[in-house]
Design a protein around this ligand. Structure first.
Ligand SMILES: Cc1ncc(COP(=O)(O)O)c(C=O)c1O
Length: 510
């Protein structure tokens, strides 16, 4: 198992052919090839480091010489990401073929920019868009930029794990029936924890209602390359999706993909939207890494993902043998909104040890030199990729055993709240202003105790459940206020408001 990457390196021969590999040119990487050829050019252009010749020596030592000489942008021969007609057009076409899209855009401003572009391309001022309540902040930004009005659908919530799952299709069907005026539905699939909803049923309903289906597939760019992973959004009928090639695949941080399929989305408007949210000096380090990630997935994806899935399986099984720890697997599936899962995401629930996920993350980082992907109140999340090794998994399991022993023997403070989690208040607050109107309105800061009856100017999300309690433009009801006060007392992690202590809240000036 440990030699999957070595096989790829030494032979260059894929043992299995992944989807998208039918075109012979999939073994090429036009952006990488062009960068390699550019190395000898005398540079009288940006950036000022001139291929790294004029650079801080420590920067060269840490970042590497090759990173500098590859750091060019749109010079002749290198194409233009805003109007591609050369190597970038070719590389994007290969990516579209690999992911089964009609068109693919390379993103250098993160998956966030793909989400902004999808929203700007499909809804405008005052238009309605149906979204899950537990959206990523990039969707809030898309709502502010577009002026669209969100209709929220609550995701399924697991009160033992303290995490939001996917949206049950029935909740979505209800929102579609109640809001026939909506132009688009934007789902987050899979969740950060790798849980996925069946999108094919949803896509049918969305299309029958004359709407478009957009998917934030930040955590699913690998799905197309292995049959044991959840169904990819585009293959399930989505009209567009944004994927984080840097989150799971081998691309550099920020490098992401925006795919579009079919004719429901105005392509000219999508291109304009993409240009509005994209730098005019895109980094070729990011673009070349996207090109390479595509080639690697097409040629070797099945083998590499086999390896990662097996490794994650060893980790999950090992965790489940440690007293006090639990890592959910396929046994949680079958409920609506949690139809499938990505096994390479390993969520370790630590609440039975009496500690929080964040304590576990810090323990591993500072006692064991191991960094997890993230943590919340009850869980710590590990992403396993083909870049990990069995030796690393063994070290992690040993570290988790030591942590469990330290917790059991009282060496770790028992920070997990004795009463478990707070249930969020039922229902959703009334939306008085759109997120854009709330963003543009004059605001003031008020003591939390005096916020009831005011319109929030900011989002407040508490972890768990990771679902916003109040959104910009919503009325702060008595129920919401009591909940906010309770989470403040209990010291739950809060994200969104400027004053994280929640002593004050930004509200629209009345
Ligand atoms: C579900 C989801 N969507 C979108 C994003 C935004 O991705 P990026 O950081 O690449 O902009 C993230 C980032 O973590 C995410 O978790």
């Amino acid at each position: 198992m440990a030699n999957v990457l070595q096989t790829q390196k030494s032979t260059g021969n894929p043992s299995t052919v992944s989807p998208g590999a039918n075109s012979a040119s999939q073994s090429r990487a036009p952006v990488l090839e062009a960068l390699s050829a550019y190395r000898s050019v005398i540079r009288f252009h940006m950036p000022g480091h001139k291929g790294g010749r004029c650079q801080d020596p420590q920067a060269i030592a840490v970042l590497g010489e090759k990173a500098y000489w590859s750091d060019v942008t749109g010079v002749p021969g290198m194409d233009d990401l805003h109007e591609p007609g050369g190597i970038l057009a070719e590389a994007q076409k290969l990516a579209a073929e690999a992911w089964g899209a009609d068109e693919t855009y390379f993103l250098v401003n993160g998956t966030s920019s793909g989400i902004h572009a999808m929203i700007l391309a499909t809804v405008g001022l005052g238009d309605t868009i149906i979204v899950p309540r537990n959206i990523h902040k990039s969707i809030l930004a898309g709502l502010v930029l577009s002026g669209a009005k969100p209709v929220f659908v609550q995701p399924v919530y697991d009160s033992y794990l303290g995490i939001a799952m996917g949206v049950a299709p029935e909740s979505l069907f209800k929102a579609i029936r109640e809001h026939p005026e909506a132009k688009a539905v934007l789902l987050v699939n899979p969740t950060y924890y790798g849980v996925a909803t069946r999108l094919d049923e949803v896509a049918d309903a969305v299309h029958r209602a004359g709407m478009v289906l957009l998917v934030d597939e930040a955590h699913g760019p690998h799905f197309r390359f292995h049959p044991k992973l959840p169904a990819p959004a585009l293959d399930s009928g989505a009209d567009a999706c944004a994927q984080g090639a840097h989150k799971i695949l081998g691309a550099f941080t920020q490098a992401s993909l925006l795919h579009v399929k079919g004719d429901r989305i105005d392509r000219v408007r999508l291109k304009a939207a993409f240009q509005h949210v994209t730098s005019t000096s895109p980094s070729y380090l990011l673009l070349a890494s996207l090109d390479a990630a595509r080639r690697q997935m097409v040629l070797y994806g099945k083998d590499l993902l086999d390896y990662a899935i097996n490794l994650a399986g060893i980790l999950r099984a090992g965790v489940n043998e440690i007293p006090g720890l639990y890592s959910f697997g396929k046994e949680i599936l079958g409920r609506r909104g949690q139809d499938d899962m990505d096994p390479t995401k390993v969520t370790v629930t630590v609440r039975e040890l009496g500690i929080t996920g964040t304590q576990a993350e810090m323990y591993l980082r500072f006692n064991e030199n191991i960094q997890a992907e993230m943590s919340d109140m009850a869980n710590v999340l590990f992403i396993v990729s083909p870049g990990n090794t069995i030796a690393e998994v063994s070290k992690l399991l040993e570290a988790l055993k030591r942590m469990a022993r330290d917790a059991a023997s009282g060496h770790l403070k028992r920070d997990f709240p004795e009463n478990g989690f707070l249930e969020a208040p039922p229902g959703l607050p009334e939306m008085v202003l759109t997120p854009k109107q709330a963003f543009e309105s004059p605001w003031e800061r008020v003591e939390l105790e005096r916020a009831a009856g005011r319109v929030s100017a900011e989002v407040v999300t508490c972890y768990p459940p990771g679902i916003p309690l109040v959104f910009p433009g919503e009325l702060i009801t008595g129920d919401v206020l009591n909940h906010l006060k309770a989470i403040r007392e209990l010291g739950f992690r809060i994200s969104g408001p400027e004053d994280r202590s929640l002593r004050t809240l930004r509200v629209v000036r009345s």
